[in-house]
Design a protein. Sequence first.
Length: 367
Amino acid sequence: MKIGVLTSSRADYGIYLPLLQKLKDDDFFQLEIVAFGTHLSNTHGYTLSAIENDGFGKIHQIDALGTDDSQKGISISYANTILKFADFWQDNNFDLVFCLGDRFEMSAAVQASIPFGIKLAHIHGGETTLGAIDNVYRHQITIVSKLHFVSTLEYKKKVEELTGTSENIHNVGALSLDNIGSFQPINKASFFDKFKIESDSYALVTFHPETIDVKSNRIYVKQMIVALTSLSKTLNIVVTMPNADTLGSVYREQLYQLKLQIPDKIVLVENFGKVNYFSAMHYAKLLIGNTSSGIIEAASFKKYVINVGSRQKGRAHGNNVFDVEFDAEKIVKKTNEALKLPNFDGRNIYYKTATADSIIKTIEQHG
């Protein structure tokens, strides 16, 4: 069975990893990876090299992402991705193609597949992020897909609503949490030395632009910088850099400036990779920002999360997540309160056992 896997960013690739390993190890499947989006962007760490090093087999490369992250620039990148994938789908056949999440690049690849009747399996459909335009892209991908692997019962119901049927919708839990119980972080001294982290008292920070209220990002980024500057008096700050969203460059520029101002207190990381990122989460005091990993994975590491702004609004989360506005004073206050709380118990609403195995079993039945 010939399987294609669409991956457009470090984020979705890290989620796919347990499934990719299962597909690689099973002779029933012929695995081919289709890498595009930020994987081929030097600005975002050229993460194609990480895919190549993992050795999962044939990799198709589709370079369509522009460098302009204005609204017009994102629209042009979307159109270019459709054009490039029109050629790709014309020349390549698969029995099934996996797509994941809600990125605009992923949506464009999926839209280009429609006239070719490509059979798609969507992972993480049905979720809601009211502060991100990704919400539109995710639901769009869901409607095109034939198989659905959702992470909670609530999201299963949403996919049923979107597709008008309850068939081929499987609640398997969050794929990124597969084998989370047996995860072993990198040796602490080695990890801290590798990323030049000076103190074990640090916050893991990820801020992406809000893509609904785009014009407010210039205000939000100033609040972020004020908050991080204040928190740096008592915490070190380890930042994973923002992805290729509208005005992501504005956040990048301000973070680079902050690094110049307090070089001993802040670490900027373009791309951790999954094992390093999970290790960073393991050793962190808590998470701050607006990334989905704070909503989905952090609970399994028993970490509290200061979830800022509206980007993740509407997504189900556990009691470890505290929602605050994009206001520096409120971010600092809630962070200091969370640092005083007893350890979180680790319960995660997204966790199910053997998620990758469940997906494999289902696609074998459909094969």
